[in-house]
Design a protein around this ligand. Sequence first.
Ligand code: ZN
Ligand code: ZN
Length: 106
Amino acid sequence: MSFECPICFERYSSQRKPYTICQEGHCVCELCLQQLVECPFCRVSLDYYPQTFNRTLLQEMEEQERKKLEKKKKKMQQIQQEKIEQQKVVNWEENQKEIQEKKGIA
Ligand SMILES: [Zn+2]
Ligand SMILES: [Zn+2]
């Protein structure tokens, strides 16, 4: 399923709502819809079908955005965790070195 308007190639958004324009389920944004008299894909006149706001599509997009953000957040957390782990190793190594040095002095 595409999240872009097939006519202007802009992503759907709350400013550019996706509308189902024919019974085949073809979808365009509301801005392009204003200039259409027929479905550009199946050539059916828009008079035959009530154009409906495709809320599901928009929700699906939002859901996907949310998941993407979550994934990004998780990745950031993972990187941070890895940094902490690395720091631990460095600390341990420094600690060992210190012990060795102390032993050397002693
Ligand atoms: Zn459009
Ligand atoms: Zn169509």
